[in-house]
Design a protein around this ligand. Structure first.
Ligand code: ATP
Ligand code: MG
Ligand code: MG
Length: 370
């Protein structure tokens, strides 16, 4: 509509492309932000040069904090990449400031926009097609952690407070269960009992963090395959993107979230539980890629925490689905009334299988630490 078009145009001018820009069109397959491709005249005609995004302010209540984190981390990464002998224009995102020197532009409706360079000759995969890609994924997120291992994580803004505080997530579940607003508790007793039986587990990583046994790291918090750009020529992981949720956190959480969705044999909302399994060979591939990069950087306690990260990120995610089901589906988008319950069940299936194979999961981590 008109206002939206005007805001887009204002943003293009704010970043100084105004007259030079050839055209702009919607871009990418993201679900959170609104993403546009900005084309500029090049030698061989118009070229995709920049990515312009309107940040989803419903999800990110503190866009200034988000952008502050992103600028801090990417500018630091540029120096690390130079020292590694890499290409800082391809191996991290380069964010562009507005003409007036701000990290982002606020449009007439107060919505935040930001802009960064497009990385040519790269590909992005929505799903793991070859097991090799999951190994690459572990390697890329491991490398990201290693590059940022000396970055002062405590200086980052906690833009989504208590994001992976599993104890708080358990408490929110208890409240939803007690209220039982939609009278749904009777339809999910086995799932409720599954969660209640694991109250103690919820504190395993949080307590180690509070006691300083596990250090704070720069964490990405959305470690999906489609947040890595791969080099089209070499097929290797090239650049970590989608940096909105960078926050101080535990290495085990980023690791665990990757395993949660990547080492599963079915979609998160697969109704047929017989199809949902934890694939320990995919887990091993990720561990290998991840630890090749990080084994000299992570502490012994952190390495020991990785299998717990997989278990607890999966449990936490299932708890969130079940909580939302009990609350009447106010957070996650649902297509049918039991959608969140179906999602919770797949997660608990994975947790159950991880628990059964936990010793093996720990052995695999030890194997690649040597
Ligand atoms: P999500 O749903 O994963 O949260 P999002 O809305 O936050 O997505 P991004 O992940 O930042 O959006 O970008 C959406 C997609 O655009 C990416 O998955 C990728 O395919 C593509 N993309 C983003 N940035 C670049 C870039 N610099 N170079 C090439 N492609 C890019
Ligand atoms: Mg993304
Ligand atoms: Mg995102």
């Amino acid at each position: 509509d008109g206002v939206e078009d005007r805001n887009l145009e204002d943003a293009i001018y704010a970043f100084g492309f105004g007259n030079r820009c050839s055209y702009v069109k919607p871009f990418g397959a993201g679900h959170i932000n609104e993403t546009y491709a900005v084309y500029m005249p090049g030698e061989g005609g118009d070229e995709l040069a920049y990515v312009l995004q309107r940040v989803n302010s419903n999800v990110f209540k503190d866009p200034a904090g988000v952008m502050d984190n992103i600028f801090g981390v990417t500018e630091y990464l540029r120096n690390v990449i130079r020292r590694e002998g890499g290409d800082p224009d391809r191996e991290t995102l380069s964010y562009i400031k507005t003409k007036s020197g701000c990290n982002y532009f606020e449009d007439s409706e107060g919505e935040p926009w930001r802009c960064y360079n497009f990385i040519p000759d790269s590909v992005c995969y929505q799903l793991v097609e070859e097991p090799e890609q999951f190994y690459q994924s572990g390697s890329s997120f491991g490398h990201f952690l290693k590059q940022l291992s000396d970055y002062p994580a405590s200086k980052l803004n906690e833009t989504i407070p208590d994001f992976h505080n599993t104890i708080r997530r358990f408490e929110a579940f208890q409240v939803a269960l007690k209220r039982d607003l939609k009278n749904r508790a009777d339809s999910c007793r086995p799932e409720i009992d599954f969660v209640l039986a694991r109250e103690k587990d919820c504190g395993v990583l949080v307590h180690q963090q509070d006691e300083g046994i596990l250090p704070l790291r720069v964490t990405h918090n959305d470690t999906k395959l489609n947040n890595i750009l791969f080099d089209e020529k070499t097929g290797k992981g090239l650049c970590i993107i989608d940096l909105d949720t960078i926050m101080p956190g535990l290495a085990a959480n980023d690791f665990g979230d990757s395993i949660r969705f990547g080492a599963a044999t079915a979609e998160e909302d697969e109704p047929n539980l017989d199809l949902m399994h934890f694939d320990i060979s995919l887990y091993e591939l990720y561990v290998k890629g991840y630890l090749e990069e990080t084994k000299d950087v992570l502490t012994e306690a952190e390495i020991g925490s990785l299998p717990w990260g997989a278990r607890l990120m999966t449990l936490e995610c299932g708890i969130r689905f079940l909580t939302d089901y009990l609350q009447g589906d106010t957070y996650f988008k649902t297509d049918y009334p039991e959608h969140n319950l179906i999602r919770a069940r797949t997660q608990f299936r994975l947790v159950d299988e991880m628990e059964q194979q936990f010793e093996r999961m720990q052995e695999i981590v030890q194997k690649y630490t040597k």
